[in-house]
Design a protein. Structure first.
Length: 500
């Protein structure tokens, strides 16, 4: 009942009836019980109400906690203050006055970000929700009915729930709000990025907000930010060719142990910038992607191999979000990936296989003859990984399943043909003269068939091709083939049963 009242009336009217008030003389606060309910049910509220009612109250409680003599009372006041600050994300759910009051809120966000306490968590989450929600509303084809989202908060039907501010969010208002958000985005992006690099404690909590800010800041501003960070970290002159990298490595080796700390610091800065690239890559245009890719390439070519896993993760983000750019740089990317030798480093192997995953999915979907040879090279790496040590096999299986899922859920409505193309490619390895490769191909087919029984029927000659391998004299092929033949036969029987 109270939740429905908050949605229908708004928190400002609720507070006029049930005010949250702080009695400074007695260090007591009334009606704090309603704060968790507000946290769940505030929707479409006013930022102004948060700024003028909640914030002063939270600051008063914070100041009072420093004056309290008893530790227990100090902790209680601090807890109340934190509860009020943590209401910010709730007030950022489709607020009604973004373009009027975001300027004031942005100043508060910076204040919260620099706070010694954990207010940055609420600031980051609130900003992300505000940007993502406003972008969603401004880009929709028509005004969005918000109550449909609100109804999910209630276990029973809310057909009688009505609220003028929630019934319809104007796309025109949302676009006004987007302009205001964009006008403040650069300052916020730079400040959040600085904190991301400087504070390991805050880093994980700032990523989503940074990603959202990048979406509205524009590629030119992202480029300027990254160049300024390179300069700040002393990495603006990183060599990008193997020859220069080798010379640099020899110079460092010649200077002895005195440069060990300096090298470690540089590698740490590189790793942090790789994490930042992973966060910003989705919003980057081609020029920014060239900048990011050049930095990633320099790290992958670095003989110290200190940032390989972070560089591969950053590269995988680019490959995931920008398929056209990935295919345009295919030759260079393949050269970089092929030159990586993971050895016993599972993080590097995982990054390499994930990059292969996105490239293979892109190549199968475009289905161009110019990329088919490289697609088989990638598939060959995955099949070899299936015959490697246990951890490598697990990673390769996960990547194959992810490839199958991506091809099945293709937005181009040709998921079946894409997936059939993958099966056909794997089946091509069954004729390999190497028992090792054939065994890996059978293992790959077994996994793919197990996840999609229909392909036992839809892919021509699949079952006979696997069964005939039982005649092979190679022990590893017979062993894998005999086990794997159970899957297609069982799946075939199951499919026939469903059709009956």
């Amino acid at each position: 009942c109270i939740g429905a009242a908050i949605v229908a009336m708004g928190p400002d009217k609720i507070h006029s009836l049930l005010p949250i008030s702080f009695e400074e003389a007695w260090f007591t606060c009334s009606n704090m019980w309603i704060v968790p309910i507000l946290n769940k049910y505030v929707y479409g509220a006013s930022l102004q109400h948060f700024l003028e009612y909640i914030v002063p109250l939270a600051k008063s409680l914070q100041e009072a906690s420093s004056r309290a003599k008893k530790a227990r009372k100090c902790k209680e006041l601090q807890g109340w203050s934190d509860q009020l600050w943590n209401l910010l994300p709730a007030f950022c759910r489709c607020p009604s006055d973004v373009y009027q009051n975001f300027g004031s809120l942005s100043k508060l966000l910076l204040e919260m970000l620099k706070s010694d306490r954990c207010l940055y968590k609420s600031a980051s989450k609130g900003l992300q929700q505000l940007i993502d929600g406003t972008r969603r509303l401004s880009s929709s084809d028509e005004d969005v009915e918000v109550p449909a989202e609100v109804s999910a908060l209630f276990s029973s039907k809310t057909s009688n729930l009505s609220c003028v501010s929630l019934q319809r969010c104007s796309k025109k208002d949302a676009r006004k709000s987007m302009k205001v958000l964009a006008s403040h985005s650069v300052d916020l992006l730079c400040t959040f990025a600085d904190d991301f690099l400087e504070s390991s404690e805050k880093r994980a909590h700032l990523k989503d907000a940074l990603r959202s800010l990048a979406q509205i800041s524009g590629s030119a501003n992202i480029c300027n930010l990254f160049l300024s960070l390179l300069k700040k970290c002393g990495l603006e002159d990183i060599p990008s060719t193997p020859e220069n990298l080798e010379c640099e490595a020899n110079e460092v080796d010649g200077k002895g142990e005195e440069n060990t700390d300096s090298t470690a610091e540089i590698n740490n800065k590189r790793s942090l910038l790789m994490e930042l690239i992973s966060t910003l890559a989705e919003a980057a245009d081609e020029d920014v992607l060239d900048l990011f890719f050049g930095f990633i390439k320099s790290s992958l070519l670095d003989s110290s191999k200190s940032c390989e896993s972070k560089a591969l993760f950053a590269l995988s983000t680019i490959l995931k979000e920008h398929h056209e750019y990935s295919l345009a740089q295919l030759d260079e990317i393949m050269m970089l990936l092929h030159g990586i030798k993971p050895d016993s480093n599972n993080a590097v192997l995982e990054g390499q296989l994930v990059c292969y995953k996105y490239l293979l999915v892109h190549m199968i979907k475009v289905n161009e003859e110019s990329t088919s040879k490289k697609a088989f090279l990638i598939l060959n790496e995955l099949i070899l990984a299936l015959k490697s040590k246990k951890e490598s096999r697990r990673l390769a299986y996960d990547v194959l399943l992810a490839i199958s899922t991506s091809l099945r859920s293709s937005e181009l409505n040709n998921g079946d043909s894409d997936l059939q193309r993958l099966f056909t490619m794997v089946m091509g390895y069954l004729s390999s003269p190497s028992p090792h490769i054939v065994s890996g191909a059978i293992a790959a087919l077994s996994l793919l068939i197990y996840t999609d029984a229909d392909f036992c029927v839809e892919v021509p000659n699949l079952i006979p091709s696997v069964l005939v391998l039982l005649q092979n004299k190679a022990i590893e092929v017979i062993k894998v083939g005999s086990v794997s033949s159970v899957f297609p036969v069982g799946c075939f029987q199951f499919s026939c049963h469903l059709r009956v």
